[in-house]
Design a protein around this ligand. Structure first.
Ligand code: DC
Length: 238
């Protein structure tokens, strides 16, 4: 199933706080391509399991549950079996649960099918940890975004302050370091740069500059040709 689909994929991987989500959404909007936020899928599995009382360390039940979920990932909202979970899956307890279910090969294998099923014309922007190394090894373009731990903690701090929550920069620094460790040292599909990925260090770059840099590589690979063929009318998703 991973071989041969015609639609091109741009894989954007990197650690938390590297700006992947923001950049992937902007590039998807710019190209009129579908966006896959793969982290949201792990969050959905944790959310659904907690709602059903399924233990987060029971791979068989989690995989069976995941296969039965109707997941809709639109441009602005995520629904599971018709329920809007956009906000609920961002809660801290879900972040912790998502990190736990992400260590289970059975869950990763089930979600791999869901992710590959999202590869539709005119193209897919896939944001995650293992998009270029595992799920879309044949992606037409692989980008690895990174930034210093200090800068990623500062960005997260700013976001949280804007939302009115006060967490110390020091605590955020420690929690980002802990997440890096678990993402990179996990036995299955650890976060790492694909050998054929283009690395962009966003520490001192603005969002606009990163988007421009990614689009430069998109153009260099001739990936915008499909868009011209499809025309503006193909833009959209939901
Ligand atoms: O990017 P995020 O914080 O929404 O990701 C939630 C969790 O899922 C996080 O623990 C990393 C994990 N994840 C993963 O293992 N593989 C992916 N492709 C995306 C996320």
């Amino acid at each position: 199933m991973s071989d041969g689909p015609a639609a091109p994929v741009i894989a954007i991987d990197g650690p938390s706080g590297s700006g992947k989500g923001t950049i992937a959404a902007l590039v998807a909007a710019r190209l009129g391509w579908r966006l896959l936020d793969s982290g949201a899928l792990y969050r959905i599995v944790a959310w659904a399991a907690l709602a059903r009382g399924i233990p987060l360390d029971d791979p068989q039940r989690l995989a069976a549950m995941t296969r039965a979920l109707a997941i809709e990932q639109g441009a602005t909202a995520v629904r599971v079996d018709g329920v809007d979970v956009t906000t609920a899956i961002r809660e801290e307890r879900i972040s912790v649960g998502a990190a736990a279910v992400a260590t289970l090969p059975e869950v990763r294998q089930t979600l791999r099918g869901v992710q590959q099923g999202m590869r539709v014309a005119p193209g897919l922007i896939a944001d995650g940890r293992d998009m270029g190394t595992e799920v879309f090894r044949d992606a037409e373009l692989k980008i690895y975004l990174d930034a210093s731990v200090e800068e990623r903690a500062r960005r997260r701090h700013k976001q949280l302050m804007e939302k009115g929550s006060s967490v110390s920069l020091r605590d955020l620094f420690a929690s980002i370091q802990a997440r890096d460790r678990s993402d990179r040292n996990r036995a299955v599909s650890p976060l790492r740069r694909a050998p054929d990925a283009i690395s962009i260090d966003t520490t001192e770059m603005s969002v606009e500059a990163v988007v421009a840099e990614v689009l430069k590589h998109v153009e260099a690979r001739g990936l915008t040709a499909g868009r011209a063929r499809e025309g503006e009318g193909s833009r959209g998703g939901e």
